[in-house]
Design a protein around this ligand. Structure first.
Ligand code: COA
Length: 285
């Protein structure tokens, strides 16, 4: 049994002959999604900005299955559609095709509105939303040819007005809308589009930044545990597998039921108001 994906559930070689193109593939969530697909037979292209991080991820993921081909397309900023097009060209040249796309590249930091510049807001919206659009744009011909499928990595924070996440919430709401519209428009071409919305996943960058007290968080999760990267890997395998062939235009929330409880779950809670010396009132974490 693999600690990365439920190999006792999924058939070996389920994705033999398939190729996945992953933006953000060196990051915590997208990396395990890629690992699961590679373990189950797929080859992969890891697309990212940071050459060292992307390179290391590709080498380590390739070791998970004898014969696996994992290539890297580093120095690829998803905000530039021409750079993604080059990564697609390289992938098709070296791996022959693209069947699955994971649009996972994302930017995140905590900032109150008062300190969030227009450029900071734009940076995150550009990476998450425009980057997801660009990724589908650049892979479209391959998706059409191979009747492929896309998974967008979304979130649950935009279901509420989460403080200090104005930029991320707006971006992820856009990602959900993008996925829904593309699912409807591209469905007749045989292309499926879905979102995975992870909740609190143990060990991810987001949780390390947001979580103050793990047990308090767990107490508020209906399934009473943190999510694991394996939960996301299994969901990814399901959505790309033939078992999900009639599923498109959905957001699959993987959060142990937390989002039903409202915005108070996890995170930093509500900001405090602080009166400064000049009697201006600001919000603080
Ligand atoms: N708080 C407030 N503003 C911030 C910030 C923070 N922690 N970090 C960056 N910014 C602002 C910058 O000041 C800049 O705005 P300005 O021009 O008005 O000063 C703007 O955001 C862009 O910053 P820059 O570093 O030039 O952007 P970038 O495009 O190189 O980086 C980020 C993108 C900002 C999203 C960066 O956090 C990043 O690269 N993150 C990738 C890793 C990551 O977040 N992973 C988590 C995945 S969930």
């Amino acid at each position: 049994m693999s600690s990365k994906v439920s190999t006792e559930v999924w058939k070996p070689d389920l994705f033999k002959g398939k190729v996945v193109f992953v933006t953000g593939g060196a990051g915590s969530i997208c990396r395990v999604q890629t690992e699961a697909l590679v373990i189950l037979g797929a080859d992969a292209a890891i697309v990212g900005r940071n050459p060292a991080k992307t390179d290391a991820a590709a080498v380590e993921i390739a070791k998970l299955r004898p014969g696996a081909k994992v290539i890297l397309c580093s120095n690829t900023d998803v905000r530039d559609v021409k750079l993604i097009a080059k990564a697609v060209e390289k992938t098709v040249n070296e791996l022959g095709r693209i069947d699955f796309v994971i649009a996972g590249a994302a930017g995140n930091f905590l900032s109150d509105f008062n300190h969030l510049s227009s450029n900071a807001f734009k940076s995150v919206v550009d990476i998450d939303l425009l980057g997801s659009y660009n990724t589908v744009k650049a892979t479209f011909e391959q998706l059409r040819k191979n009747k492929g499928a896309v998974i967008f990595v979304s979130a649950t924070l935009h279901y509420y007005g989460i403080p200090f996440q104005v930029h991320v919430g707006a971006a992820k709401a856009g990602v959900d809308a993008l996925s829904n519209a593309l699912a409807v428009e591209l469905g007749p071409l045989g292309i499926r589009c879905n979102c995975i919305a992870p909740g609190g996943i143990d060990g991810t960058e987001g949780m390390l930044r947001l979580l103050k007290d793990k047990q308090t968080f767990i107490d508020k999760v209906p399934l009473h545990r943190m999510g694991t990267t394996k939960d996301i890997a299994d969901t990814t395998v399901f959505l790309f597998s033939p078992a999900a062939s009639y599923i498109t235009g959905t957001v699959l929330v993987v959060d142990g039921g937390s989002w039903h409880l409202g915005s108070s779950h996890g995170g930093e809670g509500y900001p405090v108001l602080i009166k400064q010396k000049n009697s201006e009132t600001v919000t603080k974490l």
